[in-house]
Design a protein. Structure first.
Length: 248
């Protein structure tokens, strides 16, 4: 049964090949297969190969330039995306990296987190410490004058650690003040970088010009025109001999 199936498949393949050959060399079995028409078949096949080779060469040249154009476009899109991200970060730098922590207090470059519920900007924030009999009391005052009283028990937090953390908050807040003072400058620089990335199309335009020139060269290529003329003559000769005009 399997041998029969393979035989049927082979017959189908042969039938397809025969049909294709007759399509390429129309006019009946004689023109398609007879030795009497072999010179005409060779001439027609040679003319087709020359034109195909020229078309393939032209296609590879155009494709190589088109790939370079796509690469240049993708590179500019990456630059624009990076510039957009830089602008977003300049406008909204977020909390920044973690600088230190003490218990539930987490100090970032631009904020102080109190547990998971509250995050205070460091801009204008001040801290002081009040020592109690059982706890250190960290007093945090934000830029609006709101006061947070944060008790830190002696059993869990050494006095030196509390004072060191308060000093760290103060120093980080000073650095943040310098950072905030230059936000507008960074935003403007990021905007300028984005505009430059969006407008930097010189490489793309150069490749587009090259692609246009190559397309024009192929359209006016004398060798392609000669190959077309040879194929036209071979097809006409085939028609004169067989009465059928073959496909290109």
């Amino acid at each position: 049964m399997e041998v029969l199936q393979w035989g049927v498949r082979a017959l189908i393949v042969v039938a397809v090949l025969v049909g294709w050959h007759r399509y390429r060399y129309p006019g009946g079995w004689g023109p398609a297969f007879s030795r009497a028409y072999a010179p005409e078949r060779r001439e027609l096949a040679r003319a087709r190969r020359r034109l195909t080779a020229r078309a393939v060469q032209a296609w590879f040249q155009r494709t190589a330039v088109q790939l370079r154009l796509s690469s240049a476009q993708a590179a500019r899109r990456r630059r624009v995306t990076a510039a957009e991200q830089a602008l977003r970060e300049a406008r909204n730098p977020g909390s920044g990296q973690v600088v230190g922590d003490l218990g539930t207090l987490i100090l970032h470059q631009h904020t102080l987190s109190i547990g998971e519920e509250e995050e205070l900007p460091l801009a204008g924030l001040t801290v002081r410490i009040h020592a109690g009999p059982k706890s250190h009391h960290l007093i945090v005052i934000d830029a609006n004058g709101h006061v947070r009283h944060l008790p830190l028990s002696h059993s869990q937090h050494e006095e030196n650690a509390v004072h060191a953390f308060a000093t760290l908050i103060t120093n980080t807040a000073r650095l943040d003040a310098v950072f905030q003072a230059t936000v507008e400058d960074r935003v403007e620089a990021a905007r300028a970088a984005l505009a430059e990335a969006e407008g930097d199309t010189a490489e793309e335009e150069a490749v587009r010009t090259e692609l246009h020139d190559i397309t024009q060269q192929h359209r006016l290529d004398p060798e392609q025109a000669a190959a077309l003329a040879r194929l036209k003559a071979a097809r006409q000769k085939w028609q004169d001999v067989t009465g059928r005009l073959p496909a290109r």
